[in-house]
Design a binder for this molecule. Structure first.
Ligand code: RB5
Length: 149
């Protein structure tokens, strides 16, 4: 569960720009603090340029949670998951979002900015920030994620 004292890292490419702006307003209204890694316009950019710095900062423990967006949510998630301590989950609905917190202890939520309604994304972000990791057998599995062969 997200500690409201902390700052949320958020970043997107042009495909997630409009949804990011919507989410920043809703997060501010709910009293959350955030740091925006960009992009800052709808002009085309390369999503790795935005997401590498964000994911490194999450992996280094500078941010507890991150929210990343591109058109599909795929590209940004792929970049973020290159970092050892990042567990980025691409979610399309509230049920997936709740499950990835409970079972995977996801610390980065990846959103498909061009494929789901903004209001749903808002609900998903609320759930992501407020759902506890269940631990137990799931903790054993999560520990194995970074142990590549
Ligand atoms: C940009 O057109 C689009 O490819 C990007 O936002 C993202 O969906 C990539 O995975």
């Amino acid at each position: 569960m997200f500690d409201k004292q902390n700052i949320i890292a958020i970043g997107c490419d042009h495909g997630g720009f409009e949804m990011k702006n919507y989410l920043l307003k809703t997060l501010t209204n709910q009293g959350f603090q955030w740091f925006d890694f960009g992009t800052f316009s709808s002009e085309s950019v390369d999503y790795p340029d935005i997401i590498h710095p964000l994911a490194k900062a999450v992996s280094d423990g500078k941010y507890q949670f991150g929210i990343i967006l591109c058109g599909s949510g795929n590209g940004v998630q792929m970049v973020a998951n290159k970092y050892t301590n990042v567990r980025a989950a691409l979610c399309w609905d509230t049920e997936q979002t709740e499950l990835t917190r409970k079972h995977n202890n996801a610390n980065v939520l990846s959103l498909p900015g061009r494929f789901i309604p903004f209001e749903r994304a808002e609900e998903m972000v609320k759930l992501f920030l407020n759902t506890e990791f269940e631990g137990g057998r799931h903790a054993l599995r999560v520990d194995k994620i970074s142990k590549t062969l």
